[in-house]
Design a protein. Structure first.
Lengths: 253, 328
C-alpha cells in the first residue's frame, strides 16, 4: 500500500478546500441560513410542528443531507474531473498507485470535507433552533456513510464526464430534485396517497428518514430499511468504480 | 547522394530485438489499436540500454507519445510486454513505475499550487519519504528555488517547463522520459536543459527523449531510434548512423573566380557557385571515390588556388529526411 501517495493526494484535496474556503465552507453556510429564513421562519410560522417536532428543528437533518449530497458529489467529481480536464492526470496514472489508493484518497478527501460541512451546518442550525440528537452514534454513522457513498458517486460522475456541462448534469437534473422531493422539508406522510407511493422509489427518502431518526427518534420509513438502502447504494457505487478501474474506462484508453 | 539501399537494409535489420543484460527497458511486440480502430503502434520491439541517452525521432503522429505513454502506464497496450529493469509494467507496475520520471509534452500543472507543494506532492505520489534537502537541490538545479513559494500559474512558460521536470525528478527516477522537452523553449533554457540531461546521465539516469528537433538528438543522443507510422524503422548509435548514412561536404573559397570547373577535375563532381568564387565537393563517408587529399593535389596541379576551406558533416536532419523519404 502506497500510503504516502494516499496522504499526498488527500492533503492536496484538503488544501484545495481551505484555499477555496469561500466556496467550500462559507457559501453552504450562507445558503443554509437562507433556507432557515425562508423555510424555517416563513413557512415554519404556519406549520408549527411535524410528528411532534418543531418545524425549524424538523428540517435540520434534511438540510444537512441536502448539502451533504450536493457537496459530496461536487467535491469528488471536480477533484477527479479537473486533472482530467487540464491533463495533469498523467502524473496520477504514471505513479505507482493502485486504483484502491486513488479511491481512498479522493473519496476520503471529498467525504472529509462534506462531513466537516455537515457539522458546520449543524452548528449554524443550532443558532436558529433548539436541537437534540437522540442517537449520536447513528447520526455520525449516517453522516459518514452518506458522505462516502455520494463522494464515490461524484467520483464516478467526474470520471464519466467529458465536459463541464456533463459534470453538472447529474447533480442538477437528478440529485437536487430527488433531495427536494425526498422529504427534506416535509414528512412523506403529509403527501396524498399516490404521491406517497411514488416517493418511496426515491432513494433519498431513505437517507433523510434514517438521518432524521438519529436526531428525533421519528422516521418516515423504518431505520433498518434506511440503513439497508444507504449500504446498497454504496455497494452499487463500489461495483461501478470496480468496473471503471478494471476496464480503465475514460482514464486509461 | 542518398545512402545506399543496402546500408539502410543492414541498419534496419540489425535493429531487430535483441536481449541484453544491460537494457533497462525492454519493449517487445507492443501494439496499440485505439477504440476508433486507429493503429497507433504496430509491433514495437525496442531495448533501451542502461545509462544511455536515447532519442526517439519521428514526425508528428508517428506514435512517439503513445509508446511513451504505454511504458509509463498512462495508456493501455493492446498486446506485447514491457519490462522496466526486469519489472513487468502490468504485473509489477509499482516497481516499474517507481523507476520512471515522465515530463510530458503539454504543460499540465495544478495552477493554484505553489512550486514547493507541487514538487513535494509528486514525490509523495511516488511513495518516497519527504526529503526537503533533495527537493531543494532539484529546485536549485533547475533555477526554481527562488520561485518555490510562487503559484504555478504565475510562472513563465519556460519556468513551468522546468517545474514539470522538477516534478519528474522529485522521486529520484532511474529512467527519465522527456517528451518534446524543448518544444517552444528559448535557446538559453534549451542549453540549460541539455546540460541538465548530461548531468543526469553522469549520475546513471537513463534518458529517453522524443523530439522532432533533430539538432537536439544530434547534440545529445547516444543512440537514435526512428519511428514512423507506428513502426520503428531504425535503431542505431548516433555516431554509427552519421558515419553510415552521413555525407560530407568541403567548401573551398577561391582566390580568383573560375568561369568553369577545370577539365582535369571533372571526375570529382564539383559544384561551382554562381559567382565562381566557391567550389563545393560532396562525398560520402564510405565512398570509394577519390578523397579530399587527392582533390587538393589535383587542384594545385590545375593551378586553382584557394584562400580557405571548411568541411561539414551532413546533419542528422538530412539523414532523417532521407530515411523517411525512402519509406514506402
Amino acid at each position: 500500500m502506497n500510503l504516502r501517495a494516499v496522504w499526498a493526494i488527500y492533503r492536496v484535496e484538503m488544501a484545495r478546500a481551505f484555499r477555496t474556503v469561500l466556496q467550500s465552507i462559507i457559501s453552504p453556510v450562507i445558503s443554509t441560513s437562507l433556507y432557515f429564513v425562508v423555510f424555517g421562519s416563513a413557512i415554519g410560522s404556519r406549520i408549527t410542528e411535524i410528528d411532534g417536532i418543531a418545524y425549524g428543528a424538523f428540517i435540520v437533518p434534511g438540510l444537512m443531507m441536502l448539502s451533504l449530497l450536493t457537496q459530496s458529489i461536487s467535491n469528488a467529481s471536480f477533484a477527479i474531473y479537473f486533472p482530467k480536464f487540464v491533463g495533469s492526470i498523467y502524473e496520477l496514472l504514471s505513479a505507482p498507485v493502485s486504483y484502491l489508493e486513488i479511491i481512498i484518497a479522493y473519496v476520503g478527501g471529498a467525504a472529509t470535507k462534506s462531513v466537516m460541512l455537515g457539522l458546520i451546518i449543524l452548528a449554524t442550525a443550532a443558532l436558529f433552533v433548539p436541537l437534540r440528537i437522540e442517537h449520536p452514534f447513528w447520526m455520525i454513522a449516517f453522516l459518514v456513510l452518506t458522505a462516502v457513498t455520494f463522494s464515490l458517486f461524484g467520483f464516478i460522475i467526474g470520471i464519466w464526464a467529458k465536459t463541464f456541462e456533463q459534470l453538472q448534469l447529474v447533480p442538477l437534473l437528478i440529485v437536487t430534485p430527488l433531495t427536494f422531493l425526498g422529504g427534506s422539508f416535509y414528512s412523506i406522510h403529509m403527501l396524498p396517497g399516490i404521491w406517497k407511493t411514488i416517493t418511496l422509489f426515491n432513494p433519498v427518502v431513505y437517507l433523510i428518514s434514517g438521518f432524521r431518526w438519529s436526531f428525533y427518534g421519528k422516521a418516515d420509513v423504518s431505520v433498518g430499511v434506511s440503513l439497508g438502502m444507504t449500504v446498497m447504494f454504496l455497494a452499487i457505487c463500489i461495483a461501478i468504480v470496480a468496473w471503471i478501474f478494471r476496464t480503465g474506462y475514460r482514464l486509461r484508453n | 547522394m542518398h545512402p545506399a539501399a543496402s546500408d539502410l537494409y543492414e541498419i534496419t535489420f540489425s535493429s531487430r530485438p535483441y536481449f541484453s543484460m544491460s537494457s533497462i527497458i525492454s519493449i517487445s511486440g507492443v501494439t496499440k489499436t485505439y477504440a476508433t480502430g486507429f493503429k497507433a503502434l504496430k509491433e514495437i520491439n525496442l531495448d533501451i540500454e542502461r545509462g544511455e541517452i536515447f532519442a526517439l525521432l519521428g514526425p508528428n503522429g508517428a506514435g512517439k507519445t503513445t509508446l511513451i505513454s504505454i511504458v509509463c502506464g498512462i495508456v493501455n497496450r493492446s498486446s506485447g510486454t514491457v519490462t522496466v529493469d526486469g519489472h513487468d509494467i502490468g504485473r509489477d507496475y509499482r516497481a516499474a513505475r517507481s523507476l520512471i520520471g515522465l515530463v510530458p509534452q503539454e504543460l499540465t500543472i495544478d495552477a493554484f499550487e505553489t512550486v514547493w507543494a507541487t514538487v513535494n506532492y509528486s514525490r509523495g505520489l511516488f511513495g518516497k519519504a519527504p526529503n526537503a534537502a533533495f527537493v531543494e537541490k532539484v529546485l536549485r538545479d533547475l533555477s526554481l528555488w527562488d520561485k518555490k513559494d510562487s503559484k504555478a500559474i504565475t510562472l513563465s512558460g519556460g519556468m513551468k517547463r522546468r517545474l514539470m521536470i522538477a516534478k519528474a525528478l522529485s522521486h529520484e527516477p532511474r529512467v527519465l522520459f522527456l517528451d518534446e522537452p524543448t518544444a517552444g523553449v528559448d535557446v538559453e533554457l534549451r542549453q540549460d536543459m541539455w546540460a541538465m540531461v548530461r548531468r543526469l546521465r553522469e549520475d546513471g539516469v537513463t534518458i529517453i527523449l522524443t523530439t522532432h528537433y533533430i539538432e537536439e538528438a544530434e547534440a545529445m543522443a547516444d543512440r537514435v531510434g526512428v519511428i514512423n507510422k507506428g513502426e520503428i524503422i531504425l535503431v542505431e548509435g548516433k555516431a554509427e548512423l552519421m558515419r553510415k548514412l552521413g555525407r560530407k561536404q568541403m567548401n573551398l573559397e577561391l582566390r580568383a573566380p573560375l568561369a568553369a570547373v577545370p577539365d582535369g577535375l571533372s571526375h570529382y563532381s564539383l559544384e561551382l557557385s554562381d559567382d565562381g568564387n566557391q567550389l563545393t565537393y560532396t562525398y560520402d563517408n564510405q565512398s570509394d571515390r577519390p578523397g579530399v587529399a587527392s582533390l587538393i593535389r589535383d587542384l594545385e596541379a590545375a593551378g586553382v588556388q584557394f584562400r580557405d576551406l571548411d568541411t561539414k558533416n551532413s546533419s542528422l536532419e538530412e539523414i532523417f529526411v532521407n530515411l523517411l523519404r525512402q519509406e514506402p
